[in-house]
Design a protein around this ligand. Structure first.
Ligand code: TMP
Length: 236
């Protein structure tokens, strides 16, 4: 399958049309941004790591009963996906306090939460992706009640699966962000990516950060952290 015209360029990926009206090709970049685009850089090798890790995990999640947009990996950076309309929500699940949760509620980073938490942000760069609740989502019409229930069910299913999967590699799943899409027949599927860009991964023993927080917080060892996650999960 070949790339036709570029339809969209995001911060970390490009999306291309294909000859099949129901399929897109995504191409992962090494570009990295943080603070809603205010901090920019590149992370060498990130595009390939994120593409391959996402595809590997999405296939596992399909087997575990979560439908995804994944169709076929074309090469290191490029993947065929189902054409979807993205539901403009960042769906964030947390197991351990970190990042904006710690800041907002004054809960020390690393505190294990008494129950997994779920929150939504409205995907809108001009508004800085504000936190949004169910009632607001329904009021604006970003999703229906039924779609939101499906999204929440899948988000917690992804959490249970990934948390257990990663435990075997000595990685704690602190939190992560998902995006969902709607296929042309209205089916909700997991879309976007699952990678060190969109998850917090901590070594279970040392609590070393193995994710994009190393870039966001100028900690150094960014490429090494991505490579380490790739090695642990895909063995290379
Ligand atoms: P937060 O603590 O900054 O809200 O981030 C929670 C999780 O969501 C963390 O794993 C990083 C991920 N995330 C994204 O993938 N994209 C984003 O734009 C934001 C704000 C967070």
């Amino acid at each position: 399958m070949e790339k036709l015209e570029m339809l969209y360029e995001g911060k970390a990926k490009k999306v291309y049309a294909t000859a099949d009206p129901e399929k897109f090709i995504v191409s992962y970049k090494d570009d990295a941004t943080a603070l809603n685009g205010k901090k920019k850089g590149t992370i060498a090798g990130k595009g390939e790591i994120n593409n391959r890790m996402t595809n590997y995990l999405m296939q596992k999640l399909e087997d575990a009963g979560v439908p995804t947009h994944f169709v076929e990996e074309l090469n290191g950076r490029e993947t065929v996906v189902k054409k979807v309309t993205i539901v403009p929500l960042e769906v964030i699940v947390r197991n351990v306090a970190a990042g904006s949760f710690s800041k907002r509620y004054g809960v020390e980073e690393g505190t294990v939460l008494k129950a997994p938490s779920l929150e939504y942000s409205y995907k809108c760069d001009a508004l800085d992706d504000p936190l949004i609740n169910d009632y607001h989502i329904l009021a604006i019409g970003l999703a229906t009640r039924e779609e939101l229930d499906t999204i929440a069910k899948y988000a917690f299913a992804v959490n249970e699966y990934l948390k257990n999967f990663l435990k075997a590699y000595n990685v704690d799943l602190i939190d992560f962000k998902l995006e969902f899409g709607k296929t042309s027949d209205g089916t909700i599927v997991l879309a976007d990516e699952i990678s060190p860009d969109t998850c917090r991964f901590w070594d279970s023993i040392t609590h070393e950060k193995l994710d994009k927080d190393r870039f966001r917080r100028d900690m150094g060892g960014v490429e090494e952290a991505y490579q380490e996650m790739m090695k642990r999960i895909l063995g290379e």
